[in-house]
Design a binder for this molecule. Structure first.
Ligand code: NAD
Length: 476
């Protein structure tokens, strides 16, 4: 059975009641699999009031109590991972193993927050005068509004929930209307784990209407958004005008630098697996490949061999390695990158076309020699497509890697320690992984620089955006 889609407000799962409903489609078959209730203005007001009321007690809850709820969420998530994963495959499209893996791996975020929330400390500053006591306190910022995306519906929502709740905040989440089941499942996990009513609220609707309403509410004190750069800039500007801090995890256009001294075969194998995971709909997906001249032919041949063996199909079929794009609008978007590259003299080495028939399938696509100023090499493609080009010197590769406004993730392959250190230092990116795939673990920070946003969720930084610093000085 597909998830029973609902709102979750003040501890109640709500639907029907004359609320507007949106059809949820299976991206592999175009079939309607569910009806998603949209929140009315009254629902949003109720969620705001519930979050505000719950904050008064949750902010004073002991870290042990918060930790207990978060641990229970992780335990229940693992128990339910197969069902939650299956529903992610049904509404988002990714292969079942990836979907179940998303749930089990990301349960760790709840455990990490459960551990770290017991270590939210302040400090004591030595006074200048006798009898003065100077304290730095870390307090939860208040009611948060979070907007989570459709590509990793479980992963992206749980990070925001556990960061806010672990810090002692309450939160209203607007999940992704394109793939909502995992976020409803998350609300059930928290409900069943004993989270008090009002601490977590889940709403759905027209994204711009809900975000505008929540951000403008004086009850909301902090915004967290994961999604595209243009929407992130709009929301950050709105929040900035109201002096509300944000965590913004936006798009990327990740460079991959393969040096000629690298283990080229290993680099090609790792990157081919990583590139087409979730059909390339990954903010840290490798997209711009710069391969040093002597390694180029070997890398490209090996990469193309892997791509030729990639089975594309519905995510519930056992041998599928890449599913459909999550929704219909992404198909012409990816085709647009191919058309522009083709018109600009690039060579399409593999794929390049929608796969026709039912569902939003697009061929895994490899494009060589698209000009540096082409659409593919300058705008985030967010799909199963990548560009590959040669470089001569490491200086040149670093300059090209850093040439865009994005700065989320970067990949590099080299056996030279000197080169590795240089790349780690020089790449303008929130995250750099060298010779392996090392992003998005619960204990490591996840976030970007430049247009890719600011703030990190994960790592010991996970609560930074959800706490405020208060200084208390006292003379007895
Ligand atoms: P989009 O820009 O229309 O939407 C991106 C996300 O933001 C969606 O989840 C959408 O529901 C939400 N959104 C859109 N307008 C909003 C608003 N005014 N208020 C609140 N939320 C809003 O693009 P799309 O076609 O859905 O997705 C493609 C683009 O989204 C890609 O270019 C990629 O950059 C970005 N994206 C990024 C991530 C990420 O992990 N950083 C995840 C999903 C999508």
């Amino acid at each position: 059975m597909y998830e029973d889609l609902s709102l979750y407000i003040d501890g109640e799962f709500l639907k029907g009641g004359g609320r507007r409903e949106q059809d949820i489609l299976n991206p592999a078959t175009d079939e309607v699999i569910g009806k998603l209730p949209h929140a009315s203005k009254e629902d949003l007001d109720r969620a705001l009031a519930a979050a505000q009321k719950a904050f008064q007690s949750w902010r004073r809850s002991s870290p042990m109590e918060r930790s207990r709820v978060l641990r229970k969420v992780a335990e229940l998530a693992r128990e339910r991972a197969n069902d939650i994963g299956r529903n992610i495959t049904l509404d988002q499209g990714k292969p079942l193993a990836e979907a179940v893996g998303e749930v089990t791996a990301c349960s760790e975020h709840a455990e990490w927050a459960a551990e770290e929330c017991r270590r939210i400390y302040g400090r004591v500053i030595q006074p200048r005068a006798e009898g003065v006591r100077q304290l730095v306190l870390k307090e939860p910022i208040g009611v948060c509004a979070a907007f989570s995306p459709w590509n990793f519906p479980f992963n992206q929502a749980i990070r925001k929930m556990v960061s806010a709740l672990g810090a002692g905040c309450t939160i209203i989440v607007k999940g992704p209307e394109d793939s909502p089941s995992a976020v409803v499942a998350l609300a059930r996990l928290f409900h069943d784990a004993g989270l008090p009513p009002g601490c977590l609220n889940l709403v759905w609707g027209v994204p711009s209407e809900v975000s505008t309403y929540l951000i403008h509410s004086p009850i909301v004190r902090k915004i967290s958004f994961t999604g595209s750069v243009p929407v992130g800039k709009q929301l950050a500007a709105m929040a900035g005008a109201l002096m509300k801090p944000c965590t913004m995890e936006l798009g990327g256009h990740s460079p991959v630098i393969v040096c000629e001294d690298a283990d080229v075969d290993a680099a090609a194998d790792m990157m081919a697996a990583s590139k087409f995971r979730n059909a390339g709909q990954v903010c840290v997906s490798p997209t711009r490949f710069y391969v040093q001249e002597k390694a180029y032919d070997r890398f490209v041949a090996r990469f193309l061999d892997k791509v030729s063996k990639l089975k594309v199909g519905p995510g519930l079929e056992a041998d599928t390695k890449m599913g459909p794009l999550a929704h219909r609008r992404r198909v012409p978007a990816i085709a647009g990158f191919v058309e522009d590259a083709d018109a600009r003299g690039a060579t399409i080495l593999a794929g390049g076309h929608p796969m026709g028939g039912r569902g939003n399938f697009f061929e895994p696509t490899v494009v060589a020699d698209a000009p540096d100023d082409s659409k593919l090499m300058t705008q985030e493609p967010f799909g199963p497509i990548m560009g590959v080009k040669r470089f001569k010197t490491l200086d040149e590769a670093i300059e090209r890697a850093n040439s865009l406004p994005y700065g989320l993730a970067a990949y590099a392959f080299t056996t030279s320690t000197r080169n590795a250190t240089r790349l780690g230092d020089a790449l303008e990116s929130g995250m750099v992984t060298i010779n392996h795939l090392g992003f998005a673990l619960a204990e490591t920070p996840f976030g970007g620089v430049k247009d890719s946003g600011y703030g990190s969720e994960g790592g010991t930084e996970t609560f930074d955006g959800y706490l405020v610093t208060k200084f208390v000085t006292q003379k007895n």
